[in-house]
Design a protein around this ligand. Sequence first.
Ligand SMILES: Nc1ncnc2c1ncn2[C@@H]1O[C@H](COP(=O)(O)OP(=O)(O)O)[C@@H](O)[C@H]1O
Ligand SMILES: [Mg+2]
Length: 299
Amino acid sequence: MKPYDVVGIGLNAVDTLIVVDRYPAFNTKVPLRRHVRSAGGQIATAMTALARLGKQVAYVGKVGDDETGLFQRQSLEREALARLDLRVATGAETQTAYIVIEAESGERTIIWHHDPQLDFTPEEIPPDLIRAGKLLHLDGQSTAAAIRAAEIARANSIPVCLDIDELYPGAEGLLPLVDYLTASTDFPASVTGIHDPEQALQELARQFGSKIVTMTLGVEGSLALCDGKFYYTPAFSVPCADTTGAGDAFRGGFLFGLLEGFPLEKTMQIANAVAALKCRQLGARTALPTWAEVEALLN
Ligand SMILES: Nc1ncnc2c1ncn2[C@@H]1O[C@H](COP(=O)(O)OP(=O)(O)O)[C@@H](O)[C@H]1O
Ligand SMILES: [Mg+2]
């Protein structure tokens, strides 16, 4: 028996969320409604989603030796992660984002900072930990390290999941090692040059060979391609306070469905449900649901 359902390696961030009535015009002054500091980041948030859903999760990430890093660590220590391997890069700045949220729609605009000293090298990837998981979840930020991690997983028949929103340098070497590719809305068109979502997903699957290729579509839901068949799943209609981290929550729900061995239709519903429930409150992780809450929404 493997000790971990999922091993996630990659980004975390500390977000400063600012809620405004309307996104401000250039060179104006506007009052804010609320402001709050809250922990997030792609992989850390997806792993937190899985832990809240009751899975055994190992998370490997990096922070700087600053106060923001301590905030991130304390936030992750409050979650029921089975293993937290949060490394400290001396002299580095913990990843931060300043996020402006429009009150009415909950849609967000992100201004972020990534210190390259937070990137992983291939030597820093822990082979034993990867082998101790049933699934590996990565982002594309530290590409060489992600390739090393994916190669270890593949050599041990562990499926590789990738959260990707832009084609980082070297990603061409990573994508062919991915079994479950979950892209942001704009990624398929930007990589393939094809604007039709279905054709773009087909092209991604053809080029890189992933078993399931998915794109999230914001308030429209999601589109997945598996074995030549498309799965369009609408989003749940919920009062939306903040979409920050919705995509990360979606990936957490998707991995949950995979682990449970659910049919893809149900897995996609779960992914959309986890993401919708996340949108209830301000912050990437604040409202990540329990399984009971997901079940209640599905029924
Ligand atoms: N306003 C919303 N209401 C309900 N669900 C939403 C809303 N916005 C996003 N979602 C859900 O979150 C998922 C991810 O959102 P999306 O905006 O595509 O990702 P990102 O986090 O990259 O902006 C969607 O597939 C959908 O299920
Ligand atoms: Mg969005």
